[in-house]
Design a protein around this ligand. Structure first.
Ligand SMILES: Nc1ncnc2c1ncn2[C@@H]1O[C@H](COP(=O)(O)OP(=O)(O)OP(=O)(O)O)[C@@H](O)[C@H]1O
Ligand SMILES: [Mg+2]
Length: 349
């Protein structure tokens, strides 16, 4: 469905400054995959999506989408895909339902089908009450839901969603996901979805494949479980009296499956933190060994890793530290919103 090879995008900002937004991305996405793209602000997620949806041309490398080269046959690519950009679409003075019906017709639906789809989407995305209001009167989250509805109205078999859930409250995030998952399985042929998100829990729960992007490159690409097992590991935390810490750390170092041991000082309470491939599996053995050595373990915690631990393991930085997990719709200061946000005209028809 998607095949890119060494795809790059440079933005020449001035005579002396070029932004290397995407630095050689090679990807294959099969029909029916649900892929989440993660990465901090400025990682190159939107730029990649905009190349794949033919809104901007690559600087070098190749990309095929739905079997067509994005540079040679942008018309064919556009006919095969749906795209919900990071910026808002929607004619401000239109009524919400009319906007959806019009967009459906632009995508080639007949009026009856467009009206039926519009009705379903308004219902699914909790916009029925707003259906007869003007787009400009909607709240931020309501507008975002309308953007998503517009991208879904013609039920494309390949869908790109750039931060579809950013700015939505938890109830509407859940609704959106329910709709995305339902829409995906309702189709006769498998529907492929590529989306970006800053909500790590969403990627973890819903995507079968997670692609981590940093500095314009793919730094990891696997299932969330595999990434966590390979790159992070479970965290077992044992609390012992201060005089036992060194002995326990030595035992933990030798235990099967241990990847790293760290002695933490949490406001005077010493704990031994053990990264291990299988926390629940390793813990009984650790406790038996501690007991045999006469060490008094007063507390045990076993935590499964998160995708943030994966990013930390890969880069030494936390996505949370970059302030993007669950971040609002704000653009980073260095992103030129006016050019990065797709305008309505650009939405592939
Ligand atoms: N039109 C443009 N002109 C110049 N620089 C750009 C342009 N569009 C994007 N960039 C730069 O390219 C880099 C990648 O931006 P991009 O929008 O792809 O990041 P992103 O991963 O989508 O980030 P976010 O999580 O903030 O949406 C950033 O440094 C950004 O400032
Ligand atoms: Mg972006």
């Amino acid at each position: 469905m998607i095949r890119t090879r060494a795809l790059t995008k440079d933005f020449v900002v001035s005579r002396t400054r070029t932004v290397h937004a995407v630095r050689g991305i090679s990807l294959d996405v099969e029909p029916g995959e649900l892929v989440a793209v993660l990465g901090p602000n400025g990682a190159g997620k939107t730029t990649t999506l905009r190349m794949l949806t033919t809104l901007i041309q690559p600087t070098s490398g190749t990309a095929e989408v739905a079997g067509y080269d994005v540079v040679e046959r942008p018309d064919r690519v556009r006919a095969a895909i749906g795209y919900v950009g990071q910026g808002g679409a929607g004619g401000a003075a239109q009524h919400v339902r009319d906007e959806l019906v019009t967009q459906g017709e632009i995508y080639g639906l007949d009026r009856r089908t467009a009206r039926a789809r519009a009705g379903e989407l308004l219902e699914a995305l909790d916009l029925t009450e707003q259906a007869d209001r003007k787009v400009e009167s909607l709240s931020g989250g309501q507008k975002r839901r309308l953007d998503v509805a517009v991208g879904l109205v013609h039920e494309p078999s390949l869908l790109f969603l750039d931060e579809p859930s950013t700015g939505l409250d938890p109830h509407n995030r859940a609704n959106l996901w329910e709709h995305i998952l339902r829409m995906r399985t309702a189709a006769a042929e498998p529907r492929t979805i590529v989306l970006t998100t800053h909500y790590l829990d969403e990627a973890d729960t819903f995507a079968e494949r997670v692609i981590v992007v940093d500095g314009g490159q793919v730094i990891a690409d696997d299932t969330a479980d595999a990434l966590k097992a390979e790159l992070a590991g479970d965290l077992v935390t044992l609390r012992v009296p201060a005089e036992h810490v060194a002995d326990l750390a030595a035992i933990a170092e030798r235990a099967p499956g241990t990847r790293s041991v760290h002695v933490a000082d949490d406001f005077g309470v010493r704990t031994v933190e053990i990264r291990t491939a299988d926390g629940p599996g390793a813990t009984p053995g650790l406790l038996r060994a501690a007991d045999a050595a006469g060490l008094l373990v007063s507390r045990v915690d076993v935590a499964r890793p998160t995708l943030d631990d994966v990013f930390l393991g890969l880069t030494g930085r936390s996505l949370r530290e970059t302030g993007v997990d669950g971040a609002g719709p704000d653009e980073p200061a260095d992103t030129p919103t006016a050019t990065a946000a797709p305008t309505k005209k650009e939405v592939p028809a």
